[in-house]
Write a protein that binds this ligand. Structure first.
Ligand SMILES: Nc1ncnc2c1ncn2[C@@H]1O[C@H](COP(=O)(O)OP(=O)(O)O)[C@@H](O)[C@H]1O
Ligand SMILES: [Mg+2]
Length: 499
């Protein structure tokens, strides 16, 4: 391949973000080896800039005030309304002006900039559209925006804010899009942007020394499916098949790891292995989970931002876990346990509910310690009620990093049985089901032998491998196959074997 250069930089990759207006360029400094993310965006020429300004004014005048107070007003509805009005204004105006200025104005380009700056994310629009960008953060004025890129990790971008006003107004805009208020009096926002992206921001110099700052953790449009995780070698088909059998039997479990290791992603993929008819209640601080189940109640906590420290109107995870029991769920899923809600979840599990959750812990011993200490205070005798624990880690793979489910334990009273383990040397998983006690429990409950269950894990592993080979990875399509397998295992298996 021909090498492309950009000054002192070697272009590693270029791909479209918003065709034909914005592209991403990943470049590498030939001397220092430092990498950078360049947003290449079509700029307006002088005439276009003038038109842009005029149109922005017209827009302010012409757009009939939208009734924002209507309860049904969603960001989508407002956006649609704006887009329609804008297109109309641009087309009327371009016709009027078009004859005189033919050729020198690209109206589509002007429209792109108008949309981006009014109903879009302004300077962040292109980055928000990049599916490889997981995180966008701004530490303040005069420093580049940083992104976390799925393939290149942390990269500085070509976007640098030159004035504090620019960052202030962007933070105001982001808070506004999230439907939240930010001001000198309330200088912190923690909110959800449309599409599930998570925004954390500070305003002016109230609480951040360098002025306004923000971080957006982007939400994938589609969650990674269990097949995605198998394809990426995060988990093996066999380990996933074993978890599938545990999920069929509603065996409670916990995913552990550090922040950003992939706990929620793993939890979501594993929850798809549940039987389609189970009744699930999920409880989260921010709605991240995306399940395929019909019978799913999604509860989200509510924070109050009162300055006085009073918690009026606050609804905590603890409150929600307690109320969730009234829904008579088969399985309660708590996005992440941090406090006293853990205790209620374990109580629910102890009384026969299925339960799944994630926790910040680096290994199984740290997990037990955290659970049994304040503020969680789970009685030690309750801990083994969570039958399995899965550790997710970001690991080094000689040059790049990846995410691997490195350990799978069956949690016991005295000792924990390691039934699955990732071998860094081979970048492969080893599963030792003959050790499993949980399979013995399931054998007892279902009247099957352990050997039969191990064979069943083998068949399910075959199904998952076939999906990986055929790249059937979309989470809804994967769920379809899993649900069909529950209904008619023989048929699905024979389909897989024939193909
Ligand atoms: N196995 C994986 N392969 C690739 N990307 C992953 C994987 N697991 C998680 N991610 C990505 O990493 C980021 C953080 O994942 P998340 O599950 O939210 O982590 P946690 O819950 O541990 O904080 C997300 O952008 C997610 O899409
Ligand atoms: Mg999480």
């Amino acid at each position: 391949m021909e090498e492309r250069k950009l000054g002192n930089f070697k272009v590693l990759e270029e791909y479209p973000l918003i065709e034909p207006w914005a592209y991403a360029l990943i470049v590498e400094d030939e001397v220092t080896g430092e990498r950078k993310y360049i947003v290449k965006e079509a700029q307006l020429n002088e005439e276009e800039s003038q038109v842009y300004k005029i149109l922005l004014k017209i827009l302010e005048w012409e757009i009939k005030p939208y009734d924002f107070s209507r309860a049904a007003t969603t960001h989508e509805a407002v956006r649609e309304y704006f887009v329609d009005q804008l297109k109309r204004i641009v087309s009327v105006y371009s016709e009027r002006l078009g004859a005189r200025k033919k050729g020198s104005i690209d109206w589509q380009k002007v429209l792109y900039h108008l949309l981006k700056d009014t109903v879009g994310y302004g300077p962040l629009e292109a980055l928000m559209k990049d599916p490889f960008v997981e995180d966008i953060s701004c530490d303040g004025v005069g420093k580049p925006l940083y992104v976390w890129h799925q393939r290149y990790e942390g990269l500085p971008t070509s976007i640098v804010f030159q004035s504090e006003e620019e960052v202030d107004s962007l933070v105001l805009k982001l808070a506004h899009i999230a439907g939240k208020h930010v001001s000198v009096a309330f200088p912190i926002v923690d909110a959800m942007l449309p599409g599930g992206h998570r925004l954390a921001a500070t305003f002016k110099r109230e609480v951040s020394v360098r002025g306004s700052s923000f971080t957006i953790r982007k939400f994938k449009e589609k969650p990674l499916s269990i097949v995605d995780l198998i394809i990426q070698r995060s988990i093996s088909a066999e380990m996933a098949a074993y978890l599938w059998l545990l999920m069929e039997n509603k065996m409670p479990g916990i995913v552990m790891g550090v922040t950003g290791s992939g706990k929620t992603t793993a939890l979501n993929a594993i929850a798809t292995l549940l039987k389609p008819n189970v009744k699930v209640v999920t409880i989260e601080d921010t709605p991240e989970l995306r399940l395929t189940l019909e019978n799913w109640v999604q509860l989200v906590s509510r924070h109050s931002y009162a300055l006085t420290g009073s918690k009026t109107g606050e609804v905590s995870l603890y409150d929600l876990v307690r109320v969730s029991l009234r829904y008579r769920p088969d399985v309660i899923i708590v996005g992440e346990v941090r406090g006293e809600e853990a205790y209620v979840l374990f109580q629910a599990v102890a009384t026969g509910h299925g339960g799944l959750t994630t926790i910040h812990a680096e290994n199984v011993n740290a997990l037990v310690k955290r659970l049994t200490s304040p503020p969680m205070n789970v009685p030690p005798s309750y801990v083994p009620m969570m039958r399995w624990g899965l550790l997710v880690r970001r690991v080094n793979l000689g040059g790049s990093t990846g995410r691997r489910m490195t350990n799978l334990w069956e949690i016991g009273e005295e000792e924990h049985i390691l039934v699955g383990e990732w071998d860094p040397a081979r970048d492969a998983h080893e599963v030792r089901l003959e050790r499993s006690r949980v399979l013995e429990e399931i054998a007892y409950l279902t009247g099957k032998s352990k050997e039969e269950l191990i064979e069943e894990v083998g068949r399910r592993s075959e199904i998952l491998k076939a999906l990986a080979v055929k790249e059937i990875r979309d989470y809804k399509r994967v769920a379809e196959v899993i649900y069909r397998y529950y209904n008619d295992p023989k048929r699905v298996l024979s389909e897989v074997r024939v193909a």
